[in-house]
Design a protein around this ligand. Sequence first.
Ligand code: SF4
Length: 389
Amino acid sequence: MESLKDIIKRCEEISFDLNFTRAKEWKSQDDSRVIVGHMPIYFPREIIHAVGGLCVGILGGGDKKQIIKGDAYYQSYICHMPRSIIEMVLDGHFEGFDGFIFPSICDVIRNLSGMFLLVGKGKFIKYLDYPQNFKSHIGGEFYQKELQHVLNQVYKLNNVELTQERLNNSIQLFNKNRELIKKIYDIRQQTPWRLTAADVYHIVRAGYMIPVEEHNLILENVVQHIQEDIGDNLDKIRVLVIGAFCEQPPIGLIKTIEMAGCYIVEDDFLLGSRWIQKDIENANSEDGLLNTLSEAYLNHSTFSSSIYDVDNPKEARLLKLMKERKVDGIIFAAPSFCDPALLDHPILQKACDDNNVRYISFLFSENTGQFKVIKEQVGTFSDSIKLWE
Ligand code: SF4
């Protein structure tokens, strides 16, 4: 079996390959294959997989892409990620992609879909409205129509139809994927010293770039390795990091939090890969193929600032998650100018105040390069909990 060190190194390379080499290589092996890029946060990749496509997550250039032209497309007071994505478009990183999906999470992503139209990228561009009504006959029907629209676009490109058998195969593969990622998080909750948060990040992010079959093999190997008693338990507090569900924190920031005395045992980085919290059921007939995916979205989604579910308040869900993960405190880390995250923080922080939960808060950009101040803030937070709680 490949060593854990080698797996992590491989995942590091895959996850930040801004040229999407593996996806393009995969596509070149068969004329009917298509690549569909999707922006954060969540998209049901099962449906693209079932019709012979590969869904690739587009998460921005992080600190690996210098912005030269991208700034000209946006005003200065918005988050950073859309600028690096536009820079990647202009520099040809997405050549070979067939379509792009922009989930409806905020106005910035909506505008980004318009930019893609303006620069003429992809054979289809879909701004995908997610239902904010969680009733099957209203939000569910609407959601299925949105997904069918995407399937129609892919069908025009490769003539592959969605069938029950193909869809169920894809559903099982992605169920397995979520189960393995959950297993890694569960093991880390008990023994977070076996794998760093940065390692977990690279391992999960690699899954945004390669076929799910390959990612499942990687995850299975990782689970096997971390079931062994490896690493040393250090005197750190356990924290939950929230706010980074869309624009991703730089790896240096994740490392800084752990070096400053915390184990990150829960987070919302790469949330799309853990979005559905339960196995999705197989479609049980050729009619209504998208029913189970839609029910999973309506009933088993995690919480996020991009969703307004009035009957399921996110502050209560945050406190529940915190208890389940047995964390000592919460770190609110949001991208600068991220409206959805920053509008939620006062609500979530009030719930923390009311329940005597310790927390700190700071902002970042995907290309933040200086972590000294954050290290001091996190270090003080960790010490204060260790010494006085
Ligand atoms: S980081 Fe926030 S504001 Fe920026 S695109 Fe994502 S959700 Fe929208």
